[in-house]
Design a protein around this ligand. Structure first.
Ligand code: FES
Ligand SMILES: [Fe+2]
Length: 427
């Protein structure tokens, strides 16, 4: 915390002048990751740091300290303040997480009427449920009386009773009972239903749209929502990554002391860190086959499975592993008989939660030895990544660091992510 307090008072001086916002067209769309023939990298060295105590740059200028128009070979990474500054974090919540479609859960969590689950995304508390007629609804999970959170956790309920003073809401959000309001005037229960949110299911996922504008149908058609969420590569993503016959097996949650983007960056480095930080994982992959492709709001990283021998002789990865990143914070990983998804939730400038959901082919659901070993291996990789991410966060908070560089032939999915984020923050 001491390092963080010091950092906020620093003025970071860049050699690079602030650039104008990117044009609306995304120059990175549809690009395949191959060695690029461009101008040679100009080694500008580390940006100098001033320790004088002038005020921090305004938010606008902070956003534009990353320039998406500079080609990856010459680009510097976003400044460390993107990963540490609380006002920048608030801007991200407003522009990135409180708009558009976001994955919030799984369709199997709403299998039956009266099923519900709750969650928080940024500052938005939500509850999603299936009513007795089978319709899926989503609401702000905030009581209209004095703002108590209404439901908690997940499960099954025939109605939502506020734990504070007992106001009771139906699963369609209408206020059924306002307790002890005798004498109240100018009050109509019809005006005090839960505030609705747009919701959709697509394949195994539940999507919410937290836009303020809730005009139109609140239960949105799956394909419409998926197109708005994923963009032009919906068909590619479905083909490469989704297998709706897989069965949900279990969930693991990790609280990590790092900015949410540190976890995403780590995921998007084209396997760069794998041989150094994940020796076990590296032994099951042919890393020289690694290929990254960029599509609209998605990047795909694919790698062939490697020979299975030596200490790490257990084959959970199969012939090919595919890692799909869906901007801004969702990953779908397909390997062997497995799919796992990673949902990265910002909890503050220096903290995030990552939720892993594991899905498996039905024929293996009784193979407990295979499942246990696979989950252990996955857990080991995740533990190794947590150490890396928390170390990076501490490094980002050090006055010694401002911006870094990209390895152009491997880190273009990360650059793509930063470009999308810049685009998002400037609109
Ligand atoms: S805050 Fe919910 S009933 Fe009072
Ligand atoms: Fe990793």
């Amino acid at each position: 915390m001491a390092a963080a307090a010091t950092l906020s008072s620093l003025v970071i001086v860049h050699k690079f002048k602030v650039q104008p916002p990117a044009p609306a067209a995304s120059p990175w769309m549809g690009r395949t990751h191959r060695p690029l023939l461009r101008r040679p990298v100009v080694d500008r060295g580390a940006p100098p740091i001033s320790f004088s105590h002038r005020s921090a740059p305004p938010l606008d200028s902070l956003v534009h300290q990353f320039d998406p128009m500079i080609p990856i070979e010459e680009a510097v990474t976003p400044p460390s303040s993107w990963y540490t500054d609380s006002s920048f974090h608030d801007l991200e919540l407003d522009r990135v997480f409180h708009r558009g479609w976001q994955v919030v859960g799984r369709a199997d969590q709403l299998m039956s009427p009266q099923d519900f689950f709750t969650g928080r995304l940024g500052k938005v508390e939500y509850v999603v449920c299936r009513d007795d007629d089978g319709n899926v609804h989503a609401f702000h999970n905030v009581c209209r009386h004095h703002a108590s959170l209404l439901a908690s956790g997940s499960g099954s309920k025939s109605c939502f009773v506020c734990p504070y003073h007992g106001w009771t809401y139906a699963l369609n959000g209408s206020l059924l009972k306002a307790t002890r309001i005798k004498g109240i005037r100018n009050f109509d229960v019809k005006d005090f239903g839960l505030k609705p949110l747009k919701v959709a299911t697509w394949g195994p996922f539940v999507l919410l749209n937290l836009d303020d504008d809730i005009s139109g149908d609140l239960q949105v058609n799956s394909e419409t929502a998926a197109h708005e969420w994923i963009g032009s590569c919906l068909a590619t993503l479905s083909e490469v990554c989704l297998n709706s016959s897989l069965h949900f097996l279990c969930r693991r949650e990790y609280i990590i002391e790092c900015n949410w983007k540190v976890f995403c960056d780590n995921y998007l480095d084209g396997g760069y860190h794998v041989p150094y930080a994940h020796k076990g994982l590296a032994s099951g992959l042919k890393l020289d086959s690694y290929l990254t492709t960029l599509h609209d709001k998605v990047s795909l990283q694919c790698c062939d499975g490697g020979p299975v021998d030596g200490e790490y002789d257990f084959d959970r990865l199969g012939k090919r592993a595919t890692y799909a990143f869906i901007y801004p914070n969702f990953m779908i990983n397909r390997y062997g008989p497995w799919m796992d998804t990673n949902l990265v939730l910002p909890l503050g400038p220096r903290k995030c939660c990552v939720i892993f959901d594991y899905f498996l082919e039905g024929s293996l659901l009784d193979d407990h030895a295979f499942i246990d070993r696979s989950l252990q291996d996955s857990e080991r990789v995740q533990t190794e990544d947590i150490v890396l991410c928390e170390g990076v966060q501490r490094g980002l908070e050090s006055p010694a660091y401002c911006s870094g560089r990209y390895a152009p032939t491997v880190e273009n999915a990360m650059h793509h992510f930063h470009c999308l984020l810049h685009h998002n923050l400037t609109r």
